[in-house]
Design a protein around this ligand. Structure first.
Ligand code: DGJ
Length: 538
């Protein structure tokens, strides 16, 4: 090769490298917002996390085979898995990223995306995942002090050395990820885990008390913010003066969020992945005192404080371990905001829980993930694990075939849902020209005489155009009535077709008619079915 040819060759390959680096930059997972609705883009297109979260102590190489098996059984597309600070930085300043390497290779082999959970300063309000070299120096990295002057098992958000150490470690993880994860296997990162404090509403140490007696930060003193926080609009004042009975909790929320916001910002400066913080919830209906729940985390009443204190956090997310449907539905409403993308990173066990997947999809949320997929904690066999996971596996098997469609339709606001409540009452869905009436039961001909004792019934209706819908459901039946100019007219199914989605296209299995559509509409049994429906008035 003469010199000119060699130079041209180098220039061409440089251009190619730069072009592909740019192309792949555009493919970075990101959250976008339009008209108050949000989408998680993965490979440039809306994506929905059909997730499963590992147990707390399962993020070790020897535990991975069981996790992949659980993921496969569930038909999940994403594994949520911790990264422990104690594992990443076993000695101060000496980082070990080998587990990330192992994870990435195996996730790709299993065709699964990852959400990494940074268990660091806070894990369920405590500091138990701090590296040993920090745990040995309790004086340098202290916990908070309770109102009675006694230490509380929760790290202090006011210690710069601790925040700097976490910031450095998290930034190193993100930098490493950016370099090695060129295929964007990791799509989001959770910063800390259920931060806040159990056992004390805030830190009462002298350092914290001085800040508490000082002025409230300017970000919170804006009139619209004070109003939203139910505080009087005043020009200045200490936390107690401005926020009264809520002062202790708001102060702790601000302090924890500020700390995590800095950790997140440093990570984001290295690699701009979507970042979130998960919340241990409070009762969303009764406004209980903060002594009743984990104080300082992003509970529904302090979401705004978190937004202002930690702008590098893209969203705050509810962990759902509540049991009543009224409460769970309220939580989903409270975390689905113009300024907050709905994502459910943890859902507890219970046959009633998978139905909320439909509500999250319909709200245009970005993901759903049962907790502790790899075992029931009692040494179950592989077969027992499969049985335990089967209720969610049935849902994911259906949803996985149309996950991109769900994400897109949810983002466009085209989906509505009906979730069976404890009273089994029928529900009506307004679809413009039509009203869908969903009644719940085991799917038999006379639904009302067969109440579904686990109240697992649910339906989603995707509006395609005025008279064309897609209905998906279990343990219910759906019928219709014309609305508006056609109200009261006779109607019938032009066509109801059961089938499934494949590569973005509906594949028909059969046309439903006769017993399958008479007697109150298509009936849905225990296995989710997808039915396209065209309606006509006569
Ligand atoms: C919520 C936490 O975020 C999880 O890590 C786990 O501890 C579950 N609670 C309960 O097992």
């Amino acid at each position: 090769m003469n010199k000119i040819v060699a130079l041209l060759f180098i220039l061409t390959s440089l251009t190619i490298t730069t072009a592909s680096a740019q192309a792949s930059d555009e493919m970075f997972p990101k959250i976008i917002t339009k008209n108050g609705r949000h989408a998680l883009l993965v490979d440039g297109q809306p994506f929905f996390v059909l997730g499963g979260q590992a147990h707390n102590s399962s993020a070790w190489p020897g535990m991975l085979p069981r996790l992949w098996s659980a993921v496969k059984t569930m038909h999940a597309n994403t594994l949520e898995v911790p990264l422990y600070w104690e594992q990443i930085e076993p000695q101060q300043g000496k980082f070990d990223f080998s587990f990330i390497d192992t994870l990435l290779v195996q996730a790709q082999q299993n065709n699964v995306r990852l959400v990494l959970l940074w268990f660091a300063t806070w894990k369920n309000g405590s500091n138990h995942y701090m590296p040993e070299w920090m745990k040995r120096e309790a004086g340098k990295y202290p916990n908070i002090t309770g109102k009675n002057g006694k230490p509380v098992d929760s790290p202090s958000p006011h210690i710069k050395e601790m925040m700097d150490a976490d910031t450095k470690a998290f930034a190193s993880v993100m930098k490493y990820l950016k370099n090695v994860d060129t295929r964007h296997t990791v799509i989001m990162v959770q910063v800390e885990n259920e931060p806040g404090a159990w056992g004390s509403v805030r830190d009462y140490s002298p350092v914290a008390q001085k800040l508490f007696d000082g002025p409230v930060p300017a970000e919170l003193m804006k009139p619209e913010v004070l109003k939203a926080l139910n505080a009087p609009v005043v020009a200045e004042g200490s936390w107690q003066k401005v926020f009264g009975n809520n002062a202790d909790e708001y102060f702790h929320a601000w302090s924890v969020a500020r700390y995590i916001g800095q950790v997140a910002a440093a990570g984001k400066a290295e690699y701009q992945l979507p970042l979130y913080v998960n919340a241990a919830l409070r009762d969303p209906l009764t406004n209980p005192p903060a002594t009743n729940y984990e104080s300082g985390g992003p509970t529904d009443n302090v979401i705004l404080i978190w937004k202002l204190a930690a702008p590098a956090i893209d969203l705050v997310a509810p962990d759902i371990y509540l049991s009543e449907s009224e409460k769970i539905m309220k939580v989903l409403e409270l975390y689905d905001r113009n300024d907050n993308t709905l994502f459910v990173p943890e859902v507890g066990a219970g046959l009633d829980k998978p139905k909320y997947l439909y509500e999250v999809i319909a709200r245009g949320g970005i993901g759903f993930s049962p907790f502790g997929i790899d075992s029931n904690g009692e040494g179950e066999t592989e077969k027992e694990m499969q049985e335990r996971l089967s209720p969610i596996a049935m849902e994911y098997a259906m949803a996985n075939t149309m996950v991109r469609e769900f994400a897109k339709w949810g983002f466009e606001g085209k989906i509505k849902s009906a979730i069976e409540r404890e009273d089994h009452k029928e529900q009506k869905i307004d679809l413009g020209a039509w009203q869908a009436v969903v009644s719940f039961g085991t799917g038999g001909r006379d639904v009302s005489s067969e109440p579904n004792t686990h109240f697992t019934g649910k339906a989603m209706i995707v509006q395609q155009d005025e008279n064309k819908l897609i209905a998906i459901g279990t343990n219910c039946r759906i019928t219709f009535q014309p609305l508006g100019k056609n109200a009261g007219k006779a109607w019938q199914y032009l066509k109801a077709e059961e089938g499934h989605y494949e590569n973005g296209k509906f594949k028909s299995l059969r046309i439903l008619n006769g017993d399958e559509t008479d007697w109150g509409g298509p009936r849905f049994g225990a296995t989710p079915a997808v039915v396209t429906i065209s309606l006509v008035v006569r």
